[in-house]
Design a binder for this molecule. Structure first.
Ligand code: SF4
Length: 375
């Protein structure tokens, strides 16, 4: 029963689908523990794979059912990452004609990249479940290797455009702790997590990973680089490595793993500068400065890939002339966050397309309590 908990959150219809032999329709849990994390921070439960989790009553979102389309609109979704795939899948279920355009040769966006990291191969289920669902839909077309310019989007002829173009890790160290770029972080000795995931690695030797993101990516970069033979120092302003993962019950495991592979961990430290392949550090408790040789990998925050949106929105006249009724950013392109948040936004976009929002209401149900004063 315990083992069935998370799989049932990811797909409450798991037993029914097994009984009916619909194994390919099962939305498999990816083991990310976002459900546990949201519980631990006393927030409404969320699930990376099942965006309806926790919204069944509040928003009336059924995990398997969605309202049919209310118009014959054609929707162009740009970007086949978690948000784009979920939007295309649910719009397809509603019966809309959907074109999903992806720049890369493979769908999945960040989940494809991150699922190649150590022990994250289950992340690919976010992509594979949705690709499997979209494949038989005659009203949904997926085009890979298809980067679209603003002009091509205008000329495409879609009624609605959703931009799900993701986000990019910044490499200048700006984040929660440092509000200005690290001096020297614009040199060739600074590498972002995207660089590392693309196989663009520092010169062999030592490397400092500066983690001010506090989720899994800092620890992951340290593990990848240690595995490649680098001498790795993980520096974080946090109280411990990957401190946010205490919520997802992973912190102890990450720390033990990094210590086990020889990563030096310096909590409550920050980076002062990078110069001539020397990283200057500062102990945030004592103020003492120290240094480590090598390159720098800042893991701090991501910036939305929203240049396409800025170009399109700059000329409302062109959007009107092209017949585009709505232009929306969804997922990391709107606000970089968890994969769960991107899937949720993609789902919400599809649910709410062609519906009228009440400007005076809240987008969920509330309970009205009648108080009998003195009664
Ligand atoms: S949040 Fe992650 S671990 Fe929890 S049920 Fe969903 S996919 Fe599984």
């Amino acid at each position: 029963m315990i083992c069935a908990a998370r799989p049932s959150i990811a797909d409450p219809f798991l037993p029914k689908k097994i009984k009916e032999g619909r194994v390919e329709d099962i939305r498999e849990c990816i083991g990310c523990n976002i459900c546990a994390a949201w519980n631990n921070i006393s927030a409404p439960i969320r699930c990376t794979q099942n965006p309806t989790m926790g919204e069944e009553w509040r928003k009336g979102w059924h995990p398997e059912k969605i309202a049919p389309k209310s118009t014959d609109s054609h929707v162009l979704v740009v970007g086949a990452g978690p948000a784009g795939l979920e939007a295309a899948h649910q719009l397809g279920k509603r019966g809309y004609r959907v074109t999903l355009a992806e720049t890369a040769a493979q769908a999945g966006g960040r989940v494809s990249r991150e699922s190649a990291l150590p022990n994250l191969n289950a992340w690919a289920r976010v992509r594979d479940y949705r690709l499997g669902q979209i494949a038989p839909m005659v009203n949904v077309d997926l085009y890979l290797n298809s980067e679209l310019s603003a002009n091509q989007i205008l000329e495409f002829g879609a009624d609605h455009v959703a931009l799900a173009t993701g986000a990019t890790w910044r490499r200048d160290g700006v984040g929660r702790h440092l509000r200005k770029p690290i001096p020297g972080a614009d040199s060739s000795n600074s590498f972002s997590p995207d660089d590392i995931m693309d196989g663009k690695l520092p010169e062999k030797g030592s490397v400092v990973v500066y983690d001010d993101d506090h989720y899994y990516m800092g620890g992951m970069m340290a593990e990848v680089l240690a595995g490649e033979g680098y001498q790795v120092t993980l520096v974080t302003p946090g109280l411990c490595v990957s401190s946010w993962t205490e919520h997802s019950l992973e912190q102890e495991h990450i720390e033990k793993r990094l210590v086990g592979i020889g990563v030096e961990i310096l909590p409550r430290h920050s980076v002062l500068s990078l110069s001539d392949a020397v990283v200057q550090l500062k102990n945030l408790v004592t103020g003492e400065t120290l240094q480590r040789p090598g390159s720098l990998v800042p893991v701090t925050m991501r910036l939305p890939n929203d240049a396409l949106y800025d170009k399109l929105v700059a000329d409302q006249g062109k959007l009107d002339a092209a017949g585009i009724k709505s232009l929306r950013r969804i997922g990391d392109c709107f606000g970089p966050g968890t994969i769960a948040a991107a899937v949720y936004e993609g789902h919400r976009y599809a649910r709410e397309l062609d519906t009228e929002a009440n400007p005076d209401g809240v987008p969920f149900k509330t309970v009205k309590y009648d108080l009998e004063l003195g009664g």
